[in-house]
Design a protein around this ligand. Structure first.
Ligand code: PLP
Length: 368
């Protein structure tokens, strides 16, 4: 394969990106407008409205940060915690750990609440970890393990604390209720269940969180109080940075697909694909990695049965053959489970029964 002619027929069943929706690919061919063109502003406003519908929130400050999911993580943290502030963070995979890294760089006091990889976090333990933290932070869908961490009890019991939730792998894939669950800050990514390429981070921020922003964010680019005037400023809109126009078109289109299909239908499609994939893997002797009752349909982690790998092949070889022979990408494990689990995504446009059939069929041909 030449670097200038990427494959067009890959089935992206890794931990993300998934395959973009066809409407999203089409959106990239629209003429590029100026970022302060009134027509673009209408489209940006519409994108924000669509994000509110998908996040299930009324928060006026809901918009796409012009950078990947990690920028959403960093933005929500640098605007809310500084030196001396306490943040309780749940860690049961790579992305909870990443939040700790970001928060400690802000000088915050980080209180860690851990669960074994593959297990869900205990919500009461998070509530009990500190009497009055400024923020309690949790990853809703841990992409490194396939675990869903619930946050409803934290939302109900958080008192004056702010609840911050990473929704990178949950938005548009599984039920998520920002307002009903009492979530104050949330961020996501485009490349997972929204069926858009990577590069944008949708965020939403409650009125309570806005009142408790740090005085001056140490990040210029991610300072919400400056971006707010640009994204929600109405007539007072002023230049903050040049928006990635074509990516906003793409996000607008991806959200349109999700809303046209209907959020409940999209969730049901993800659930049906995940259920069939997980049942098919168990039938074939694979052991699912995530705790029962907390398994994500959009991201399935399975232990790799060493004894069933084809003769002389490593797990990485099998993934290469899946890619080269069948055009299917699946992901390897991260951190302590590298080489021990595979991570299989069924996200956005990739969450189709035909893709599940293809992968299970390929595994039948390959595994011994
Ligand atoms: N949080 C979670 C749960 C993720 O899965 C990811 C990426 O996979 C991120 C954060 C970081 O997002 P990005 O890679 O888009 O910066």
């Amino acid at each position: 394969m030449s670097a200038t002619s990427p494959h067009t027929d890959r089935i992206l069943m890794g931990p993300g990106p998934g395959n973009p929706y066809p409407e999203v690919i089409e959106a990239f061919s629209r003429p590029v407008m100026g970022h302060l063109d009134p027509e673009f502003i209408v489209l940006l406003d519409e994108t924000n409205d669509r994000l509110r519908q998908v996040f299930r929130t009324q928060n006026p400050l809901t918009f796409p940060v012009s950078a990947t999911g990690s920028a959403g993580m960093e933005a929500t943290i640098v605007n809310t915690v500084g030196p001396g502030d306490t943040i309780v963070i749940g860690i049961n995979g790579v992305f909870g750990e990443r939040m700790c890294d970001v928060a400690s760089r802000c000088g915050a006091d980080v209180v860690r609440v851990e669960a074994e990889w593959g297990m869900a976090l205990d919500q009461q333990e998070l509530l009990d970890a500190h009497p009055s933290p400024k923020v309690i932070a949790v990853v809703h869908a841990e992409t490194s393990t396939g675990v869903r961490n619930d946050v409803t009890e934290i939302g109900a019991g958080k008192g004056d604390s702010l609840l911050l939730v990473d929704c990178v792998t949950s938005l548009g894939g599984i039920p998520l209720e920002i307002d009903e669950w009492g979530v104050d800050l949330a961020y996501s990514g485009t490349q997972k269940c929204l069926g858009v390429p990577p590069g944008i981070s949708p965020v939403t921020v409650s009125a309570a969180a806005i009142k408790r922003f740090v005085d001056r964010s140490p990040s210029w680019y991610l300072d919400f109080s400056m971006i707010a005037a640009y994204v929600t400023g109405g007539a007072a809109r002023a230049y903050h940075h040049t928006a990635p126009i074509s990516m906003i078109y793409a996000l607008h289109a991806g959200l349109g697909v999700v809303l046209n299909e209907g959020l409940e239908n999209v969730h049901a499609r993800h659930q049906a694909c995940g259920d069939r994939l997980q049942a098919g893997l168990v039938d074939r002797g694979f052991e699912l990695f995530a705790e029962e009752g907390h398994r994500l349909p959009e991201l399935t982690a399975v232990r790799i049965p060493e004894e069933r790998l084809p003769d002389g092949m490593s797990e990485a070889d099998v993934r290469s053959v899946l890619l080269e022979r069948y055009g299917i990408e699946i992901g390897g494990g991260l951190g302590p489970v590298a080489g021990k689990v595979w991570r299989i995504g069924c996200m956005g446009h990739t969450a189709r029964q035909r893709n599940v059939t293809m992968l299970l069929g390929a595994l039948d041909e390959l595994m011994v």
